[in-house]
Ligand binder design. Structure first.
Ligand code: CP
Ligand code: NVA
Length: 315
């Protein structure tokens, strides 16, 4: 595992990383999890501080960053964006310059991907994307880790996303799967198809990795899937679209009938959470034996710790 290429790196989207680099983060995440399970106490964030800048709500992502840092002697400083000057009395660029003089790194969760990019550009310190309208890269590393915990190496496995095919999680899954050789199927109504420009890019990566990318409105496309994944039908910022989405996505709910369409009893269910029982997923599936959502949520911490350690840790 050669971590040198990851030192000082931002994680804005997996588009910027090679398959080998992503696999390196994955291996390191497993090592970090094993160390934690063995109760090994380490101090690899000693002297490090990370600005945790949130423009949108969060439970898991914030907790993962804060606990990962605290466990190893570092400190996350939570900044609700509305309580700062950013974008009101001060430009993003100027605030970023100030963060760059005080912190070791920045985590940003918000609306615009361009804001994550600007924070990286003007701060001069690593920026970790904790979710934007376009991408949720730290989430999908935890998802692939969970897939591997159940089935071994992810290459050649089949992951199906059923739901809003154009959202940040579906897009990020498409990128990471196409880079790592995971067959990725998006089951979504045609008017929620993922952005064709991103699909074309991912098809390019898939040529190199051997992944098969399928976009369809047919739920029987889940046949043979190792994992079925879903997310909320209206993402943060899209609350006004909720009613229309419920109508559109009702046939794509992950329920036992959809799980059974894989034709396999060992298909696992994944969800980035938060979930809405009775909408994106039925209660029997998320609370049932095929669900791995709590392992997946826990893996957010191990992967986020690994991502930060690789970039700013005292290794
Ligand atoms: N999955 C996820 O990002 O959860 P939070 O919104 O709670 O951070
Ligand atoms: N697509 C969801 C993910 C939440 C973790 C959203 O952006 O709200």
């Amino acid at each position: 595992m050669n971590m040198n290429a990851l030192k000082g790196r931002s994680l804005l989207t997996w588009l910027d990383f090679t398959a080998d680099e992503i696999l390196c983060y994955l291996e390191f995440s497993k090592k970090v999890k094993d160390e934690a399970k063995r109760g090994e106490l380490k101090q690899r964030f000693l002297g490090k501080t990370v600005a945790l800048l949130f423009e949108k709500h969060s439970t898991r992502t914030r907790c993962a960053f804060e606990t990962a840092l605290a466990e190893e002697g570092g400190r996350g400083i939570f900044l609700a964006m509305a309580d700062t000057h950013i974008g009101v009395e001060e430009s993003v660029a100027d605030s970023a310059r100030v963060f760059g003089r005080m912190f070791s790194a920045i985590e940003f969760r918000g609306f615009k991907q361009s804001m994550a990019e600007d924070l990286a550009k003007y701060s001069g310190i690593p920026v970790f994307n904790g979710l934007t309208d376009e991408f949720h890269p730290t989430q999908v590393l935890a998802d692939i880790m969970t897939l591997e915990e159940n089935f071994g190496p992810c290459k050649g496995r089949k992951l199906c996303f059923s739901g809003d095919g154009r959202n940040n999680v579906a897009r990020s899954l498409m990128v990471i799967c196409s880079k790592l050789g995971v067959n990725f199927t998006v089951v979504t109504p045609q008017n929620l198809n993922p952005d064709p420009v991103l699909v074309a890019k991912c098809e390019g990566f898939a040529k190199d990795s051997g992944a098969k990318i399928v976009i369809t409105d047919r739920t029987d496309a889940v046949e043979g899937a190792d994992a079925i994944y879903t997310d909320v039908w209206a993402s943060m910022g899209e609350e006004a679209k909720k009613k229309e989405r419920v109508e559109l996505l009702r046939p794509y709910q992950v329920n036992q009938a959809l799980m059974d369409k894989t034709g396999r009893g060992d298909t696992i269910f994944l969800h980035c959470l938060p979930a809405i029982r009775g909408e994106d997923v039925s209660a029997d599936v998320i609370d049932g034996g095929q669900s791995r959502v709590w392992d997946e949520a826990e893996n957010r911490k191990h992967t986020i710790k690994a991502i930060m350690l690789a970039s700013i840790g005292n290794l």
